[in-house]
Design a protein around this ligand. Structure first.
Ligand code: MG
Length: 389
């Protein structure tokens, strides 16, 4: 088995087109194409706004909860580690990790669900991967010579394909992204890096919030239990909170090492020797082993049952849904209340999509200010009451 999968990675030799951009970048720059992509993502306004978006918990209750930005940095850490160990293109993997959540609306998954429901009523859907593509291609207007971040084709392909596949028939608009082929390994591993990061972080934040209990986690989450027992054995006198933290790190390491090992084994098994071989393969090769996958699912179910759907967060979720829905309906009914730049897009993009674009870009704080403002206008009779769902 080959440890280093460099020949199967994105280095420009097999598919030079992946480092191409819609607008040529200045040649005097010393950076490689994907390094430049990474730097453009980090400097994007949408990237900075991730600091104000909920991951699972809003920051009001504790300064230590992950925001979508700190979650993103943790995903980048895992992605770099995995890509580096496999000899893949670390810059591309890091870029894709840093941009992977850039299309998320405010209020975490509750906000996304609400926005999707609003759009369904207009025959549309909200998809955060496709929205991320709209952000990097359209909404980041920071450069004199072009609209968008002008990322490479490889980065744009990874943005839409890292976590799901899109059919050629269903998405003719995405034809340039090799929809009938697998994405490169650098993109395939992002979804798993995301899983590893949030499975670790959500247990941590869940305990910090007081909604989860370490003993209960140990009883129900096998992978954490094993890590915990190992740390406990090595440090029998340590306080529970430190054992738990070390156990989380050990659990993360177990998943990272499993992903690295299983990806290597899969590439060897199918005999892939180039990026084209990875693309032609009928399945994704960057995956967990069956045992790690079963334990991942067990933990994910546990987080759903005990945390994501718990009564304490339920209230926040329904409030989030209410804010998104009321604002969406308000601007759909009163489009002239939209900022000028968004109003100008209605003709080409359609009103419902433009309102969703505007809302999706907001931070938690900004959308609450907008909500208060709209409510004030409605109360003072300057605007009609937004229709409720
Ligand atoms: Mg994520």
């Amino acid at each position: 088995m080959v440890d280093n999968l460099q020949a199967c990675g994105v280095f420009g030799s097999e598919e030079a087109s992946l480092s191409e951009r819609a607008f040529p970048a200045p040649a005097s720059d010393e950076r490689k194409p994907f390094e430049r992509d990474r730097d453009r993502v980090v400097q994007a306004r949408a990237f900075r706004r991730l600091a104000g978006k909920t991951q699972v918990f809003t920051s009001r209750a504790s300064d230590h909860f992950r925001s979508r930005l700190t979650h993103t940095i943790e995903v980048a850490q895992v992605a770099r580690q995995v890509a580096g160990a496999l000899g893949l293109n670390v810059d591309l993997a890091e870029t894709l990790a840093l941009v992977h959540d850039i299309g998320h609306p405010p209020f975490g998954h509750a906000g996304e669900r609400a926005l999707d429901e609003c759009l369904r009523a207009h025959g549309l859907r909200f998809d955060h991967n496709l929205h991320a593509l709209r952000i990097v291609e359209r909404f980041e207007q920071r450069y004199a010579g072009h609209r968008g971040l002008n990322l490479t084709l490889g980065a744009r392909e990874g943005i839409i394909k890292h976590s799901r596949d899109y059919s050629v028939a269903g998405h003719p608009d995405l034809a340039e992204y090799f929809l009938d082929k697998q994405p490169p390994l650098e993109a395939q591993l992002i979804d798993l890096a995301d899983e590893i990061a949030y499975l670790t972080a959500d247990l941590d934040d869940g305990v910090e919030s007081g909604l989860l209990d370490v003993r209960h986690i140990r009883e129900n989450v096998s992978i954490l239990r094993r890590s915990y027992e190992g740390v406990e054995w090595a440090h029998p006198a340590a306080e529970e909170k430190y054992v738990f933290h070390d156990a989380l790190q050990a659990m993360q390491k177990t998943l990272v090492m499993d992903l690295i090992r299983t990806t290597r084994e899969n590439v060897a098994e199918v005999g892939a020797r180039s990026l084209e071989d990875i693309r032609k393969c009928g399945r994704r090769l960057a995956v967990f082993s069956p045992q790690a996958e079963a334990e991942r699912m067990e933990e994910k179910r546990y987080l759903y049952d005990t945390l994501y759907t718990c009564t304490a967060l339920d209230l926040e979720h329904s409030k989030a849904g209410e804010v998104v829905t009321e604002l969406f309906n308000f601007w759909v009914n009163e489009p002239e209340e939209l900022p000028e730049a968004y109003f100008a897009e209605i003709e080409s993009e359609g009103l419902a999509r433009v309102v969703a674009d505007y809302i999706a870009g907001m931070t938690d704080n900004f959308i609450l200010l907008q909500y208060a403002d709209v409510r004030r206008k409605v109360r003072s009779g300057k605007a009609p009451l937004p229709a409720r769902r």
